[in-house]
Design a binder for this molecule. Structure first.
Ligand code: NAP
Length: 288
């Protein structure tokens, strides 16, 4: 029941109508017995700074930040976590004495999601498809988690080169190798862990896929698509047809929320609690 002690958390973005974050956080609050409510806030671009200041003034406990404000919000914060500062994007604001501190739980969420599926990054030879905001964060994750060589394939080579330059400098080794997407035939002849980080295949364009060629999928032992709508993407189907294991991005979404919730409430969410939330997300998104 909402009463005088209820704490508020929320999401700022534009649009926010289709978000699944209220399902994650309100389910966790109920399951953990916390007096907390989570709501979406539609914020116009020119009001972003005011929205963050206003939330702090209203004693809002924490915020998530989504498209298109993950980078722009950083100038309104009191502090930014080191990893988030490297990535250049923040999706979680944690209340501190002087304002909010920004974190990037998309990246740590992906890592925890992969671990929960038994997928390891350390020493893995990898292919990363895309060089946009999400792929950039994954590239940092690969550096931080000591991946082997990571071939970053993008339609626009410049972007992959820029990410490679930054990530390789940050970790002091040649972890990211930038390549043009259409040059995928030049990849070494071996099996890779592949992360699909482009927006190709996202609903409603569910039949699209970034690479069609069956020969490419024979090089994939595990394919991880960051997309979760549709629940089984065309990329995932092609990976499975070639004999590989395939996963979607719904658990990444789950764990970015779980980690944000842990930061706001100073608790540890168990695997059992996370699985309970995952089932709620599947029902809510009609992924059944
Ligand atoms: P973004 O910054 O807009 O980047 C889009 C990427 O897709 C770029 O690399 C772009 O290549 C590539 N791309 C777009 N259209 C293409 C086409 N027709 N052919 C080849 N490449 C194409 O987007 P983002 O924020 O990184 O998000 C990427 C995906 O990750 C989205 O589908 C999003 O839903 C998903 N995501 C999931 C989660 C989660 O929690 N599961 C979190 C974040 C993001 P160019 O550089 O050449 O334009």
């Amino acid at each position: 029941m909402i009463d005088g002690k209820t704490r508020l958390c929320g999401l700022i973005g534009n649009p926010v109508e289709h978000t699944m974050s209220p399902v994650i956080h309100n389910t966790l609050a109920e399951k953990c017995g916390h007096n907390l409510v989570y709501v979406p806030f539609l914020v116009e671009e020119e009001r972003l700074g005011e929205a963050v200041k206003g939330a702090w003034a209203l004693n809002v406990l924490g915020m998530n930040v989504t498209v298109p404000y993950k980078s722009a919000v950083m100038e309104s914060l009191a502090e930014v976590d080191e990893l988030a500062a490297h990535i250049g994007a923040v999706n979680t604001l944690v209340r501190t004495q002087g304002g909010y501190k920004g974190y990037n739980t998309d990246m740590t969420g992906l890592y925890r999601a992969m671990r929960s599926e038994g997928i390891r990054i350390e020493d893995e030879e990898m292919i990363l498809l895309g060089a946009g905001g999400a792929a950039r964060a994954v590239a940092y994750l690969c550096g931080a988690q000591k991946a082997g060589k990571v071939f970053m394939l993008n339609r626009t080579l410049d972007k992959a080169q820029q990410v490679a330059k930054e990530v390789n400098a940050a970790f002091g080794r040649e972890v990211i190798v930038p390549m043009l997407l259409r040059d995928y035939r030049e990849l070494p002849d071996r099996k890779f862990l592949v992360i699909q980080g482009t927006s190709v295949g996202l609903a409603p364009k569910e039949d699209d896929v970034v690479i069609e060629d069956a020969a490419f999928y024979r090089k994939v032992h595990t394919g991880y698509d960051l997309i979760y709508k549709p629940f089984t993407t065309r990329f995932m189907k092609l990976v499975r047809e070639a004999g590989g294991e395939a996963y979607n991005g719904l658990k990444m979404l789950l764990y970015q929320g779980v980690i944000a919730y842990e930061l706001w409430n100073h608790v540890e969410i168990t695997e059992e609690e996370a699985s309970f939330v995952y089932e709620k997300m599947r029902q809510n998104g009609r992924f059944v």
